[in-house]
Write a protein that binds this ligand. Structure first.
Ligand SMILES: [Zn+2]
Length: 257
């Protein structure tokens, strides 16, 4: 009865519940068999290349995880992400986990995160980004992680905020808390996919507001988004955040389009 209880709890928490259970050594072999059986019953494929995942792999196969076109900007602070905001807003540090070109398998990955109900992609890539930030030692003084908010209507329709999923992955590795509900989007803006730079800025300018400035006073905040295109959304969020006394702003995204 107790086993069933743990089992069902983990069904909701993990792709493969059996691997989270720790038993006496004599049970380990038995659980390995059960775990293999679980994979046979519920096979999963790599979200980037489509190959069947092996035990120990989650969301992406190890090959794709290794092949991610990483930028290593966490170590290289004078990078194109930081330069994008030159003369626009005051950004202390900025980074992107990887770069991608049109048609690449990693572009498909980001599309799935946003439009195919795959929040686990955001968490996994957030953890990868968090691990690079931690290893670089350059982001150790961040007080809060703030995901770029979606309008409540958009979030309800999608089922989650992809930036919040990325933020939770970064937080799981760095242990920096995620702060939501302080920066909010007050208008449901149009999708920006086909807009040029000026149209994007018109679409998001002044659309983000703070519900509580006091909590952010003198804090170093990491603003997190999925993909950076012209930087209009990030700039609009940053403008709202930088209205707080003593706030320092850094930026982290999964990729630069
Ligand atoms: Zn793969």
């Amino acid at each position: 009865m107790k086993f069933c209880h743990v089992f069902f709890i983990h069904v909701s928490l993990c792709d493969n519940p059996l691997k989270m259970i720790t038993f006496a050594p004599c049970m380990n072999k038995f659980l390995e068999y059960l775990s293999d059986f679980w994979f046979l019953l519920f096979p999963k494929n790599c979200e980037a290349c489509g190959r069947a995942l092996s035990r120990g792999e989650e969301v992406l196969c190890f090959d794709c995880l290794y092949e991610l076109p990483r930028t290593h900007y966490c170590k290289e602070l004078d990078n194109p992400i930081l330069q994008l905001f030159d003369g626009r807003i005051r950004v202390e540090k900025a980074t992107a986990l990887f770069s991608f070109q049109k048609g690449s398998k990693f572009r498909k990955l980001l599309h799935s995160l946003k439009y195919r109900h795959k929040p686990e992609i955001g968490v996994l890539l957030g953890k990868e980004l968090g691990a690079e930030m931690l290893a670089s030692g350059n982001f150790s003084d961040i007080d809060y992680i703030i995901p770029v908010p979606l309008h409540p209507n958009r979030e309800k329709k999608r089922g989650y905020n992809q930036s919040e999923r990325i933020a939770s992955g970064i937080s799981a590795v760095t242990k920096i808390p995620v702060l939501t509900g302080v920066l909010v989007r007050n208008t449901d803006t149009k999708t920006q996919t086909k807009m040029n730079k000026d149209e994007r800025w018109q679409n998001v300018s002044g659309k983000f507001v703070l519900t509580d400035s006091e909590v952010l006073k003198d804090k170093h905040v990491l603003l997190v988004d999925d993909v950076l295109t012209t930087g209009a959304t990030t700039e609009s969020c940053g403008t709202a955040l930088l209205s707080v006394d003593g706030l320092r702003l850094s930026i982290a995204v999964l990729a630069r389009a």
